[in-house]
Design a protein around this ligand. Structure first.
Ligand code: GRF
Length: 211
């Protein structure tokens, strides 16, 4: 069974969606570890309430990125982690971890990348930029994590309408519902071995692993 480590920074609604998908039998995976850079993140309390090991781990606790990376890699290997999921995580994953887990780190972003992505584009900033631009659709993207913010190849994307009287909060809520649908679905595709990655091209194989 696919073993996950979920990285969080906030309330954990995407983590909750993963936990629920597992409970409903829609996701054949187990969450071995939840890690947050914020000790007070609601997502850590949510993990503990679901008997999932929850750790506060931040680069600030280490004297170097190297020490942080090797500690993190040790934990991931100790827990047999096969896929890392960034679910509302606001820090960069160290290059050594990205290298070791090449093509095995997913992130959920609340916009249709490559639009409205990159450094500083998180939370309400994204939805404000979408509304300021006058977009008629927005949505969410699950993508492979590579060395920069939000630049990895998309795995799943799903659109939502932008409504005439939308505020950033109303748009965020609509996009968040879509995040909760596509993140578990993308992780399940990994669990079924149906993701083929060649360069920036991600192919979803039919059930049974054929194209
Ligand atoms: C979500 O909008 C997600 O797209 C972004 O962080 C926000 C909060 O996520 N990456 P969560 O509720 O903590 O899962």
């Amino acid at each position: 069974m696919l073993t996950l480590c979920v990285f969080v920074s906030g309330r954990g609604s995407n983590l909750a969606a993963l936990i629920e998908a597992i409970r409903l039998g829609r996701l054949d995976a187990r969450i071995a570890l939840v890690i947050s850079n914020k000790a007070e993140a609601g997502a850590l309390a949510l993990a503990r309430a679901n008997a999932i090991t929850a750790l506060h781990l931040s680069p600030a606790q280490f004297t170097s990125e190297e020490a942080y990376s090797s500690s993190l890699l040790g934990m991931l290997e100790e827990h047999g982690v096969g896929l890392i999921v960034l679910a509302g995580y606001l820090k960069k994953i160290p290059a050594a971890v990205i290298q070791h887990y090449r093509h095995r780190i997913l992130n959920i972003h609340p916009a249709l990348l490559p639009a409205f992505g990159g450094k500083g584009m998180y939370g309400h900033h994204v939805h404000e930029a979408v509304l300021d631009y006058g977009c008629k659709v927005s949505g969410a993207t699950v993508h492979i994590v590579d060395s920069d913010y939000d630049t990895g190849a998309p795995v799943l994307q799903q659109c939502v309408p932008v409504l005439e009287d939308d505020t950033p909060e109303r748009l965020a809520a609509r996009v968040l519902e879509t995040e909760h649908e596509i993140l578990p679905r993308a992780v399940q595709l990994f669990a079924e071995g149906r993701i083929r990655i060649e360069g920036r091209r991600v192919t979803i194989l039919a059930k049974g692993g054929r194209e």
